[in-house]
Design a protein around this ligand. Structure first.
Ligand code: AMP
Length: 438
């Protein structure tokens, strides 16, 4: 199937052609006809499968047609909600490329920056809004966003939203949307809570599934090194010195760990930068841009910050730590081998991480090949120890902490919303900066 055969508007076809999209990816082939018919959709797919265009193309095609007879100020007709700023920016950039030859206007709103410019843009009028939940709720509660004319809503990476504690924000936003709309719901995994949320959001829907194991098995060459914790930095440096790859993404499970990796690399003259939630939006964007432009060879990221990283020539991903949630492994290696490209993912595994590896292999239904000996082999006996249990518990405690933090954030937001009736919009600028971390 080609894009021409989907009967899309010429302006859209021209832009897709310019992007080098020749034929739809599997998720696009399955989703676009369903969405063009106006049905709701539940998409089970990870980033890297061409998901953005799968929901973007049909929505934009409809908007182009509807726009031909539109008059007056632009109204928000499509809303895309994404969990992180990086992903929101990524989606916004893609949408802007797709609407290049149209009269449509897209805007992105997210936290971590002053809202003044975003408010101005909203006031001026946009057709498509791409937003993170926290900032969107803030601007909604202040009356800067009207969804009266909304026809299309997309919830992207819903499982990630849940992990980040955004579930209540999302539910709140959904209640403010017109009931007559086309709804799209995307998630890489489908835990029970996500299924429940999708039922709340979707009407009569069709389900499209692109299995993660399909994506990982078919496109990404995977391998694993067994290495002790203290030897991980040496092995990383060794690999980075050996490899000719230009853009290497290194995953760390924690923010602190990411900073430590950058320091260790710096000590041996390897330039890198870390992106994670404790870095300012400006620092994150700067690091990402240098990485995308090829000025920075190594980017060290935590999982949440890595969402939305889409670099053309990213051919190597290194899992410095194995993730304790197996689906995260799929997300990570999906950073390489995007769309129709192929890539490589190398993981480091210390004894305590072996149960994680088992979980991952169970999920992807394949063994990750062992890469054998390396110069930093550890002689210690391998045992599967209890600490893993503890760490799992700590993770869930962390999640609880995050959720309770989010609850506090929510409370302060709703308290603020009440106050905002009395305060000027100018004052908001200062407060929202503190409140929105999305
Ligand atoms: P996504 O899953 O939306 O993040 O897309 C992953 C990458 O695939 C992005 O770089 C897209 O520009 C690219 N892409 C999406 N659809 C196609 C297509 N049909 N042909 C080639 N590349 C595509």
């Amino acid at each position: 199937m080609t894009f021409n055969e989907l009967g899309l508007e010429r302006a859209l076809l021209k832009a897709l052609n310019e992007q080098g999209y020749e034929r739809p990816t599997p998720i696009q082939e399955k989703s676009i006809p369903v969405l063009l018919k106006g049905k709701d959709l539940l998409g089970v797919a990870q980033t890297g499968t061409g998901k953005t265009a799968a929901f973007g193309i049909p929505i934009l095609n409809n908007l182009i047609i509807e726009n031909k007879t539109a008059k007056g100020k632009r109204k928000i007709k499509a809303l895309v909600i994404a969990p992180t700023r990086e992903l929101a920016i990524q989606i916004g950039d893609n949408f802007n490329a797709y609407i290049k030859y149209t009269n449509l206007k897209a805007a992105m709103i997210f936290g971590g920056v002053k809202p003044v410019q975003q408010i101005k843009t909203l006031k001026y009028g946009v057709d498509i809004l791409i937003a993170t939940p926290g900032r969107l709720l803030d601007l909604m509660s202040l009356g800067h966003v009207s969804f009266k004319d909304l026809k299309y809503v997309v919830l992207d990476e819903a499982d990630q939203m849940l992990d980040m504690g955004f579930i209540h924000d999302i539910k709140k936003i959904i209640t403010k949307l017109p009931p007559k709309r086309q709804s799209l719901f995307f998630s890489a995994t489908m835990p029970k809570s996500i299924v429940e949320l999708s039922k709340k959001m979707l009407g009569d829907f069709e389900r499209v599934t692109i299995k993660p194991q399909q994506a990982t098995a078919e496109k990404v060459t995977q391998g694993i090194y067994f290495v002790s914790k203290q030897n991980k930095p040496k092995l990383l440096i060794h690999l980075l010195e050996q490899t000719k790859n230009d853009s290497i993404l290194v995953f760390s499970r924690t923010k602190h760990g990411a900073n430590k990796i950058v320091k260790k690399l710096d000590n041996v003259g390897i330039k890198s930068a870390a992106i994670h939630g404790n870095k300012s939006q400006i620092a994150r964007q700067k690091a990402l841009t240098s990485f995308k432009e090829g000025k920075l060879k190594v980017l060290v990221a935590t999982d949440i910050a890595a969402r939305g990283i889409d670099v053309d020539d990213l051919s190597l991903v290194i899992n410095y730590d194995l993730p304790n949630v197996p689906e995260t492994y799929v997300h990570r290696i999906g950073r390489t081998g995007r769309a129709n490209a192929s890539g490589t993912a190398i993981s480091f595994c210390m004894n305590e991480e072996r149960p994680y590896l088992k979980d991952i292999e169970k999920l992807i239904k394949q063994k990750v090949p062992h890469l054998g000996e390396h110069p930093f082999m550890d002689d210690s006996k391998e045992t599967e120890t209890k600490p893993i249990q503890k760490e799992r518990k700590e993770t869930s405690n962390n999640q609880k902490k995050h959720q309770s933090r989010n609850k506090n954030k929510k409370n302060s937001r709703s308290r603020y919303s009440k106050r905002s009736n009395y305060k000027s919009k100018k004052n908001f600028t200062k407060k929202s900066k503190l409140g929105d971390k999305s």
